[in-house]
Design a protein around this ligand. Structure first.
Ligand code: COA
Ligand code: AMP
Length: 631
């Protein structure tokens, strides 16, 4: 039996033994009473009764164990031309001071702190400082608009919001403070205070008594000690797209998360303490939480915080420069980043300028990795390239090629095999297990392993309805796919209204809600059409209200602006077309799947239940206007 198989089977047959051993990698102030509590509701829980502090495990203990002078975090910002390195000692002290500043504003155990920050070290510092106090952070990605921020403020009800004066995109400086002020105006819940990090690129106007300057607040504060919390207490809430405009607040606990993050660093990524690990993502996404901040620091690695893009900052050699300059052993990013590099530098000329001898492997996730991208990356880098599959809900790979256990044969298009703790099954609509090779709903038999969500913030019922109700005893991943004869998983598509744009998860339902709110729109559909660079792009099809006599270009401009203003630039919503009607079933369900197939020129069959088949010709013409459907 292979080493992987032995480990995997033990994880399912003896979860207490397996995760109990893994938990030795974490320092606990009180040991757990039970490794796995299967009786907990709404889902099983890990390390009940145990106490720890995640920030202590990520920082202080490494200083105690002699890593104080090792780099903990390297900030590399081609967009501002700045670099800064924090040793473990420096980062611990800075985080303790900032935790003091949060405590001075009343933040304590269980309180929420919302973090709306660009990719600067202060984002990680704010997260860790929150964790230090036993409080709960909720990081919101900088590319979301005020309205989305307001939704998250209302749901998480933060005592304090931490932000910066601006974020910087290659084409523009984004003033964050006006967005934050607008979001606070829009939300019913009001924070007691905000702490704003002033960047030289933009000045923030401050409201006396509510808004505090980061440096002043941190300087005035006494360093805060770590507050011990229960393993099952939340560490953070991270909102992700569901089927509606109301995002889901994924809850992450402290104990299971720390154990799983620590375990993955060696076993999946094959990095040791002291190695440099770089996740080129954003702290606003789960990859940023797990592998810019917590995973590498819990494991005593050096993490990189990169404020730049794969291309254009300044060129498609940007990633190679960072790797060679900072001695990066493992790079983790989304396939879309490699497609962007490949597009600008197909022959890998920029690669030749740098020595990548330090690099062991490349990990990709966030969207399906198309074989062409995988082959190109492997061919140019001459290193192992690992596609791994995971979700905001899980915090780490459900399927991967575990390089630290044993490298397995690569099958391009498959993220390899289920990781320990994940009992992955493929079920038919009726709940029967599908034979190998046949598509079905991908589910995980409960219990989910440590770090996976125990519930949604303040909403057990939505958690049950979204993930557990369809197949009792199983977690519904929302992805469809199959397992092949060798046990490899193939993740083919989502089964809900979620689309994946440049590795970012978006809800077509949320975009539809915004379009439907326009006064001239009677009804609409948003579909994810295939895009060579970003994987998918949202395309809007709108039906106008009777009597709305509008210039199509002008209306499209208004709708695009509306989505940008209400959801944010991250929606990448730029394409919308007016149609006379939408294809529907006789019961009134919009046939989005058929429209996607037409847009992508896939084979499609006339749905038996369609009410208005003739409309599909019009849809095809409309999609051609936007450059799809074989235009
Ligand atoms: N704050 C404000 N705006 C942001 C932002 C942020 N943090 N991040 C992105 N945006 C804006 C962009 O400027 C862009 O605006 P525009 O419409 O004015 O051009 C818009 O949101 C869409 O961004 P994106 O889809 O990222 O496109 P891009 O053209 O800027 O870059 C890639 C394309 C492929 C280079 C980029 O998506 C990328 O690097 N992806 C890596 C994948 C990744 O990080 N995935 C996260 C999960 S691993
Ligand atoms: P997010 O929660 O933003 O990480 O998005 C999770 C979703 O992205 C998954 O449910 C999948 O649909 C998709 N996804 C992520 N990684 C992969 C992968 N390696 N292969 C296929 N799909 C992926």
């Amino acid at each position: 039996m292979s080493t992987y198989k032995k480990i995997y089977e033990r994880s399912l047959n003896d979860p207490d033994g397996f995760w109990g051993d893994a938990a030795q990698g974490i320092d606990w102030s009180k040991p757990w009473d039970k490794v796995l509590d299967m009786e907990a509701k709404p889902a099983p829980r890990w390390f009940k009764g145990g106490e720890l502090n995640t920030c202590y495990n990520a920082l202080d203990r490494h200083v105690k164990n002699g890593r104080g002078e090792q780099a903990a975090l390297i900030y590399d910002s081609p967009i501002t031309g700045k670099q800064k390195t924090y040793t473990y000692s420096e980062l611990t002290d800075t985080v303790a001071k900032f935790a003091g500043a949060l405590a001075d504003r009343g933040v304590g155990k269980g309180d929420r702190v919302l973090v709306y920050m660009p990719m600067i070290p202060e984002a990680a510092i704010a997260m860790l400082a929150t964790a230090r106090l036993g409080a709960i952070h909720s990081v919101v990605f900088g590319g979301f608009a005020a309205n989305e921020l307001a939704t998250r403020i209302n749901d998480a009800e933060p005592k304090v919001i931490v932000s910066a004066s601006c974020g910087i995109e290659p084409s523009r400086v984004i003033a964050y403070k006006p967005l934050l002020d607008e979001a606070i105006d829009l939300s019913d819940h009001k924070p007691d205070a905000t702490i704003i990090y002033a960047r030289p690129e933009a000045e923030a106007s401050m409201i006396e008594g509510r808004d505090f300057d980061w440096n002043t607040a941190a300087q005035a504060a006494a360093p805060a000690e770590c507050v011990q919390v229960e393993a099952t207490d939340p560490l953070y809430i991270l909102y992700t797209s569901g089927t509606t405009g109301q995002p889901k607040g994924v809850v992450r606990d402290n104990g299971g998360h720390a154990v799983a993050m620590h375990w993955t660093m060696k076993n999946i990524y094959n990095v040791e303490p002291g190695d440099v690990y770089w996740a080129a993502s954003d702290v606003g996404w789960v990859v940023g939480h797990s592998y810019i901040v917590y995973g590498p620091l819990l494991a005593g690695c050096t993490t990189i915080m990169y404020e730049g893009k794969p291309v254009g900052t300044p060129d498609p050699g940007a990633f190679w420069r960072v790797i060679s300059e900072h001695n990066v052993k493992v790079l983790f990013t989304a396939p879309t980043a490699f497609r962007a590099i490949k597009k600008e530098d197909p022959d890998g000329e920029y690669l030749k300028k740098y020595d990548l001898g330090c690099m062991d492997s490349l990990f990709l996730a966030g969207e399906r990795c198309d074989p062409d991208t995988l082959y190109w990356a492997r061919d140019k880098l001459q290193k192992p390239v690992v596609d791994h599959w995971w979700q905001t809900e899980t915090a780490w790979g459900i399927a991967a090629n575990p390089l630290g256990i044993e490298p397995m044969e690569v099958k391009a298009g498959s993220p390899t095999v289920a990781m320990p703790g994940y009992d992955v099954r493929i079920l038919s609509e009726e709940g029967d297990e599908m034979p190998d090779g046949e598509m079905g709903n991908i589910v995980v038999k409960l219990p989910l392993p440590p770090a996976c969500l125990p519930t949604l913030w303040n909403n057990d019922q939505r958690f049950i309805d979204s993930y557990l109700a369809k197949y009792p005893g199983y977690y519904l991943s929302g992805d469809a796919g199959f397992r092949d004869d060798d046990g490899y998983l193939w993740i083919m598509s989502r089964t809900d209204d979620v689309i994946n744009v440049a590795g970012h998860r978006l809800s077509t339902g949320a975009i539809e809600e915004v379009l439907a709110g326009h006064e001239d729109v009677a009804e609409c559909a948003v579909i994810g059409a295939a895009d060579q660079l970003k994987g998918q792009l949202p395309v809007g099809l709108v039906v106008l209200k009777a009597g709305a006599d509008r210039d199509e270009q002008e209306l499209a401009g208004e709708l695009v602006k509306r989505v940008r203003d209400l959801i944010g630039p991250v929606a990448a919503f730029k394409q919308v077309v007016v149609v006379s009607a939408l294809p529907k079933t006789r019961s009134g369900k919009i046939l989005r799947g058929t429209m996607v197939k037409i847009a992508d020129q896939q084979e499609w069959k006339m749905p038996a239940t369609i009410d208005n088949p003739a409309i599909l010709d019009d849809i095809s013409v409309a999609l051609k206007k936007l450059g799809y459907a074989g235009a």
